[in-house]
Ligand binder design. Sequence first.
Ligand SMILES: NC(=O)C1=CN([C@@H]2O[C@H](COP(=O)(O)OP(=O)(O)OC[C@H]3O[C@@H](n4cnc5c(N)ncnc54)[C@H](OP(=O)(O)O)[C@@H]3O)[C@@H](O)[C@H]2O)C=CC1
Ligand SMILES: O=C(O)[C@@H]1CCC=N1
Length: 281
Amino acid sequence: MLAMANTPKSPALQQLGGNLVLAGAGKMGGALLTGWLAQGLDGGEVVVIDPQPSDEIRALTARGVRINAAASDVGAVATMLVAVKPQTFAGAAPALRSYAGPSTLVVSVMAGTPIAALAAQIGGHVVRAMPNTPAAIGRGITVAVAADDVTPQQRATADALLRATGAVEWVEDESLIDAVTAVSGSGPAYVFLLAEELARAGVEAGLPEALATTLARATVAGSGELLHRSELDSATLRQNVTSPGGTTAAALAVLMADDGFRPLLTRAVAAAAKRSRELAK
Ligand SMILES: NC(=O)C1=CN([C@@H]2O[C@H](COP(=O)(O)OP(=O)(O)OC[C@H]3O[C@@H](n4cnc5c(N)ncnc54)[C@H](OP(=O)(O)O)[C@@H]3O)[C@@H](O)[C@H]2O)C=CC1
Ligand SMILES: O=C(O)[C@@H]1CCC=N1
């Protein structure tokens, strides 16, 4: 598993007040679990439900994490984090329901799966959230929305669980989550594609492939870190690279043309948001 950027202990995670069931320990669920354990969550309170857990997840049994324990052996579940694929949720839900009680906090990170569907199929008090994979290094951002019946304490628990992997924003309007998913949930893939295509374009411009790949990766990573650390907005950082009449201006004339980045990203984000809405059906 990847190292977290920082690992301050979270008092809230050390006092969850009962068992936590993680349903689906794949890329996203695994990243969240890494963050929780790094910030002091007691592995003995965690139960992972996953038909084929990875070796990394299996290794967490050394920290007390229980894997695929029967609901009857787990006892009361204070919190359930649902990170199965939306397409497998309907099949998984009956088993998950057996772990949840009427006062269980159910936090879902599934794309396109409404609070109403979660409440109907699992029960409990539902928080719907959309994280992203930089969560694996503590640099994610999550947007969350709580059902009306979520108590302030449950909301604080959900906030602590999600904040263990980066920033958290709360919204009141669930319909915003489709656009959130399209921007920050899926967004890392757009950035990684930029690194891929920058490398490919470097090869087209005459660079050896290995050097082009190294340059593109370092450029995307370094620019992201600069954006993270700088107080300047992205437009100013862009302008700081752009000498009048220079090379960057020549490239930006292409990227900022009428058929450049803006319409392309607008279409891409709209397609992702549309898909999120479709998954709800
Ligand atoms: N990846 C991302 O960037 C993000 C993902 N999400 C959401 O997170 C969720 C998981 O995505 P991701 O981690 O990428 O997908 P993964 O396929 O990596 O993880 C899903 C995990 O759930 C397991 N699983 C399958 N069926 C069940 C079941 N019945 N009970 C318990 N676990 C089961 C899968 O096992 P197996 O592989 O054996 O089928 C797998 O380990 C999705 O709903 C997605 O929308 C949200 C934000 C970002
Ligand atoms: O592609 C997906 O559907 C998930 C949700 C956001 C990122 N990955």
